[in-house]
Structures are given as C-alpha cells and as structure tokens.
Design a protein around this ligand. Structure first.
Ligand code: ZN
Length: 534
C-alpha cells in the first residue's frame, strides 16, 4: 500500500503536477471584462473615442483610436453599461469582441508555463523567462555559431540578452536584427521569434542561411514586464520602472529618442497611460541597452541591413514612419518588399496581412523603435510586424496557434527578406548573367548554321531555349509586382509566385487597399490636436 501511494505520488509529480500550470494566487482576475471593438468613421466619432480614452483611465486600449482601423479596448465588468451608452450616444458602431477576458485567459492555463514551473521549450506553450534564458544558454553551449550577449540589466535587475547567430562574425555579412516582447503581453511575438531562432539553429536548410547572413535576436527587450505577465497580470504592457508612488511602467516603444514626443496624441505624458513615453528619451534601461548595443555593433563593423520589431496583434507588416503620414525616403522599395512579405506569409495558411506606413495603416505613434532604427540611418529595411490575429483573441492568442503563426511568419521573413532582400547583390548578378547568356545564345542561334556547324547548334539549342524560358518566367514574375514599384530585382524563387497566382493577386489587392485608405494628413492633425494631453 505504501509503495502504491509513493508510485501514485511520483506519477503525479512527473506527469500531472509538474506540468499543471496554475497561476499564482495573486494573478489578476479579468472575470467579466469585455473587449469592445468600436468603428469610428467620421471625425466626430474619432474625437469621441479619444475623449473616452482620456476620461476613462480604467479602459485598456488594445488598439488606439483610429479612423482607418478598428479601435479595441478592454472594459471592466462594472463599466460595460456606461461605456455602451456613451458609444451609442455618439453614434459609434461597436460590438463585444471578447465577451469574457477572464474566461478566455483561464481556458488557456494549460498552455502557460508559469513562473517556477520547469519544462523543456516547445512551441505548444508560452514559456516563462527562466526557460527562455536557459534555452539560450543551452544553444550557445551546443553550437559554436550561437553567441549570447548580456547587453544590460532591466529596472528590476534582470539580464537583457541578445542572441547572435553567425558562422563568421568577422566577415560582416549583411545582418538582420529582430526583437520581440517589448510589449509584455504580446506573448506570440516571443514564441514566434524563438521558433525562428530554433529553425535557423536546428533546421539544416535554414541553417544554410548563415552562409550569407548574420542574425541578431533581442527576443525579450522587456524582461520585467514579461515576467510580470506570468506572475501577476496577463495584460501588462509596459516596463516596470517606478515613476511615482503608485505608477509603474513606461511604454518602451514610445521611449526611443528619434522624434520622441514630437506629435500630439502619438504617445502620452501621463504615467498611468498605456502609451506613457517616459520623462525623457531612453529613460528605460531596456531601450538604452538596445541603443548602445546596436550603435556600438555598427561602429565595430556589423553590417546591419534589416530591422524587424515583432508585436501583436492585427496582421500588419508596416514600414516607417509612425510620427508622420509623410512617406519615408525609401517608401517604394520598402512597400514593395512589405507586399512581398505579406504575400509569402499568406501563401502558407492564407492569413491576410495589410501593409503600409504604420501611421497611416493603424495610428500615429512617436518615439518608436521602428522610427529610431530608420531615422538614425542604422538600418535601411525597417519594419514592424503585428502578428495574428485580427481580434478574435487579440493578445490572448491560444497556444494551439503558436505553430501556424510562427511557421507563416518565418516563411515571410525568410523568403522575402533573407533570400530576396539580403541576397540582392547575388540575385541581381544572377539575373544579369541570365540576361547576358540569353543574348549570347539567341545571337548564336541567329548565326547561319553553315558558320556554326550542325553539331554545336544541336547541343546548344535546347539549352538556349531553356535559358530563354527561364528568363521569360522571371520577367513574368516581375510583372506581378505592384506597377508603381521601381524595384527591378527578381525574387530568388520566381516559381513561388507562379505556383500561387491567387497569392500575388491578394498582395496587389492589399497594396491598393492601403493606398486608397490613406487619410489626408489634415484629418490626422486635427484629431491629434484634440487629443493633446493636459
Ligand atoms: Zn506591441
């Protein structure tokens, strides 16, 4: 009997108790909270949403007030009636997007690895900070091309880590920098980025990318906030710096110095706001550590080309700027690549992405990492990715959707930025060589047979036709890109587009939708003036 009890206890410890992920007692309840989606289509409706946000600090805006996009916000149960009446009074269309946030969170507990629980990493669960950092350490011990930097400490003293994947750092190959979890509750961003890291490390095909490119990952910029979402509050967004006796946290993605606090309504000067920019640029040790690391790396010769900041949610792949509706200098090129990324993401599971400048696609922002990375000239190909979904789950994306989200995202990043953008030189060279060979063989075929002789023609003609065929295929693929693009390099895998004609159509459609939905700048400035902080 004694043995039986021990066996059952051991089984429980190994199989059930250890795997069970029950949050701590103090885990904040969101029972009865709703997420409401409002759709402002006139200036007056937009103003009423901005006033609502200003006057009700207890509302957590998941998507900022916008005329070009939906506005989502979480409402405590005791405020639902009051807020509904307010929206009706101001003729704003709305509906409950998530009917019970607390229930949704609780339904996923088995997919959360809470603090103190130890498990190996997987992509069927959301893992805690300790597991992630332990995994980074294991990677660097197992693979010579993995190097982990500790680039600083957070406000609460946690390490901030960058993982470099490079087979030859001294070669200064084109480098891609990817970060995630700057907003603590956007768990899918870290889950996806860690999947990408794992693919490059352990999948031989992806590992071969390291022959041409270096990768730098800052997977958890905001470790304090991320940990806090596991111990205390699933919906925490900001850092955990203390700004007053009762006010914690800065929106790290409004804390970079480029155009910091430059446009009214693009960030907040009020500490309790979810978009509080901090008292000064780089006030947060987390953003400061990132700045110093990137600047010093660049000075020491790292060939940074591409920067992607990974967030959720909404399914957008966006380019600068956030602080102004004016297009960036490289708009055409950045937009074309964004469309290509969106098309390749969509090709995997049909997930539709919208592309465009962030200020005109979602809402204006200032002091973001995206604007800093592009505006300082540290990177050219700068993007903000907002992963799944479009709001059915919002930030609380079920763990079962980690893998499909990660797979499609990596497909988009890899093919479009890895094999097309960063290989641009070799792709162009191949394209040019194709052209030269074609011209040579066509010229040769036009030469009288009597001069060349029968045998060479017999040998070369099929080869020449094959080359010409490939060349025409490439040209056809180029035709599928948006017509206002000035880019003239072919995708490295031209057959991909040919195999998915519906995919390229969708990409073009997204581009057009973005173009027509861009609001006149005067509308934006009117709205932001009204939203000025007291
Ligand atoms: Zn975010």
């Amino acid at each position: 009997m004694y043995k039986l009890i021990l066996t059952v206890l051991a089984f429980c410890l190994i199989q059930t108790c250890a795997a069970k992920t029950v949050p701590s007692q103090g885990y904040q309840s969101f029972d009865g909270y709703q997420v409401i989606r409002a759709q402002a289509r006139t200036l007056e409706q937009g103003m009423s949403l901005i006033n609502l946000q200003r006057d009700h600090p207890s509302l957590d805006f998941w998507k900022e007030p916008s005329l070009t996009d939906d506005t989502d916000f979480m409402v405590p149960s005791d405020k639902i009636l009051e807020i509904s009446q307010y929206l009706s009074l101001h003729n704003v269309e709305f509906y409950p997007l998530i009917k019970d946030v607390g229930q949704l969170i609780a339904s996923q507990y088995d997919g959360y690895q809470m603090t103190g629980v130890r498990e190996p990493i997987s992509w069927t669960k959301y893992h805690n900070l300790a597991t992630m950092y332990e995994w980074f350490q294991n990677l660097t011990e197992a693979h010579s091309f993995v190097h982990v930097y500790t680039i600083g400490q957070s406000t609460e003293g946690r390490d901030i880590k960058v993982v470099r994947l490079s087979k030859d750092p001294s070669a200064n190959k084109p480098a891609m920098f990817i970060d995630s979890a700057i907003h603590a509750r956007e768990w899918i961003s870290l889950a996806t980025v860690s999947y990408i890291m794992n693919q490059i490390v352990n999948n031989p095909e992806d590992n071969a990318l390291l022959d041409d490119v270096d990768f730098y990952f800052l997977p958890i910029i905001n470790p304090d906030g991320y940990e806090y979402t596991f111990t205390t509050n699933r919906m925490w967004r900001k850092t955990r710096s203390r700004n007053s006796a009762s006010c914690y946290g800065v929106d790290a993605n409004r804390n970079y110095d480029y155009e910091w606090s430059s446009c009214s309504g693009c960030s907040s000067g009020v500490c309790t706001s979810e978009t509080f920019r901090g008292d000064t640029p780089f006030s947060e040790p987390e953003t400061e550590a990132m700045r110093v690391f990137i600047e010093q790396s660049k000075q020491s010769g790292v060939n940074f080309q591409s920067y992607i900041s990974v967030h959720s949610y909404g399914q957008y792949f966006m380019l600068p700027w956030g602080y102004t509706p004016a297009p960036p200098a490289d708009y055409e090129e950045l937009q074309m690549v964004a469309n290509y990324v969106a098309g390749n993401i969509s090709a995997v599971y049909g997930t539709e992405y919208t592309t465009g400048s962030s200020s005109t696609t979602i809402y204006p922002t200032d002091g973001t990492s995206q604007d800093w990375a592009y505006g300082t000239g540290l990177f050219k190909y700068v993007y903000t990715a907002e992963l799944r979904d479009k709001g059915i789950y919002g930030f609380i994306l079920p763990p079962t959707l980690i893998l499909p989200t990660a797979e499609e995202t990596w497909a988009g990043f890899k093919i479009s930025l890895g094999r097309c953008l960063l290989w641009r030189g070799s792709a162009c060279a191949t394209f040019g060589l194709f052209g030269l060979m074609t011209i040579a063989f066509v010229s040769m075929m036009k030469t009288p047979t009597i001069v060349l002789g029968f045998l060479p023609t017999l040998i070369f003609k099929p080869f020449a036709l094959w080359v010409v065929g490939g060349f025409i295929k490439e040209l056809r693929t180029l035709d599928n890109f948006p017509t206002n693009s000035t880019i003239n390099f072919p995708p490295a895998k031209p057959t991909l587009s040919l195999q998915h004609p519906q995919n390229t159509r969708r990409t073009t459609m997204i581009f057009r939708r973005e173009s027509v939905s861009r609001p006149p700048s005067v509308v934006g400035s009117k709205i932001t003036t009204i939203s000025e902080e007291p």
